[in-house]
Design a protein around this ligand. Structure first.
Ligand code: NDP
Length: 279
């Protein structure tokens, strides 16, 4: 079973560098998918209230036969629960669905600028962390200006910003900001939700190393110290995506993948500036 590196966080905790994401996995498929991931050696599971599969994830955790302290479970606050009391209540519901008494990490899923309540949500997460019910707190889809605001209002930094990041959308412009503030980047859609898997350049590099395209992409992300959470519902792909710690890319491979960045057109998901859906 691969030995997954731990990435230190700015609150003294650590997170596995590679985990398993379950966006768009229906609740009844989440249990077998997460069970397969845990069998393959994944310990970080990334779900969200908005994915409607916390119960399925919870069933897999309950049946895994792995000590709770060996697992790192992340969920995310839904957009419609940013008010302080609503956020606390929503967190309680997550714990109940997951069958857990604490979360390793809880993130604000989106800033939802039109609603403008993300700072209230952050206060709720800070309180829950201080009460010991969440080990580490972070954000997702936050722009630097959103992070500046929650830090100014509470004095508490997020440990992580979970953002879309893959070879076609490399987020180069915000890397310095996060490094300067010691906020780790966690790549969501690390395979571009599948969109990067048919890239010819990466296919050539994959052939050279006798590896899959997905393994090359994940290795390129891991080499930059990024945290990755690929998703699959196929057992063989779940296993393939974690077998990335026994080979190396060379400088030329990395340069060729770096050159695929397409900040204008490479994004596959929603934009934080305009995502205001209250799920
Ligand atoms: P990924 O970038 O992980 O890509 C998943 C797609 O790639 C699926 O279509 C999957 O197909 C396919 N795939 C995975 N592995 C392989 C493989 N080895 N060979 C061929 N195809 C493969 O997509 P996601 O968008 O799901 O992102 C990953 C996770 O990031 C999410 O599940 C979620 O946890 C998180 N996320 C967070 C967001 C946020 O706003 N915070 C937004 C989006 C994602 P199949 O399943 O059929 O195998």
């Amino acid at each position: 079973m691969p030995n997954i590196p731990q990435i230190p966080l700015n609150d003294g905790k650590a997170i596995p560098q590679l985990g398993f994401g379950v966006w768009q996995v229906p609740d009844d498929e989440a249990q077998p998918a997460v069970a397969a991931a845990i069998r393959s050696g994944y310990r970080l599971i990334d779900t969200a209230q908005g994915y409607d599969n916390e119960e399925g994830v919870g069933r897999a955790i309950a049946e895994a036969g792995i000590g709770r302290d060996q697992l790192f479970i992340t969920s995310k606050l839904r957009n419609g629960a940013h008010e302080y009391d609503a956020a606390r209540k929503a967190f309680d519901e997550s714990l109940k669905k997951l069958g857990l008494d604490y979360l390793d990490m809880f993130l604000i899923h989106w800033p939802v600028p039109d609603q403008d309540k993300f700072a209230d949500a952050w206060r709720a997460l800070v309180a829950l962390r201080n009460e010991g019910r969440i080990r580490s707190i972070g954000v997702s889809n936050f722009l630097p200006s959103h992070i500046d605001r929650i830090v100014a209002e509470t004095g508490v930094k997020p440990v992580i910003n979970q953002l879309e990041l893959h070879p076609q959308y490399q987020q180069r412009d915000i890397r310095d900001y996060h490094a300067r503030h010691d906020i780790k980047l966690e790549c969501y859609s690390p395979l571009g939700s599948g969109a990067v898997l048919d890239n010819d350049t990466i296919a050539e590099i994959a052939e050279k190393h006798g590896r899959s395209v997905s393994q090359i992409i994940l290795r390129w992300e891991l080499d930059q110290g990024l945290i990755v959470i690929p998703k699959s519902t196929h057992e063989e792909r779940i296993a393939e995506n974690i077998e990335v710690f026994d080979f190396s890319l060379d400088d030329e491979d990395r340069r060729r993948i770096d050159a695929l960045d397409d900040p204008e057109n490479g994004k596959t998901g929603s934009f934080p500036e305009t995502m205001n859906d209250l799920f």
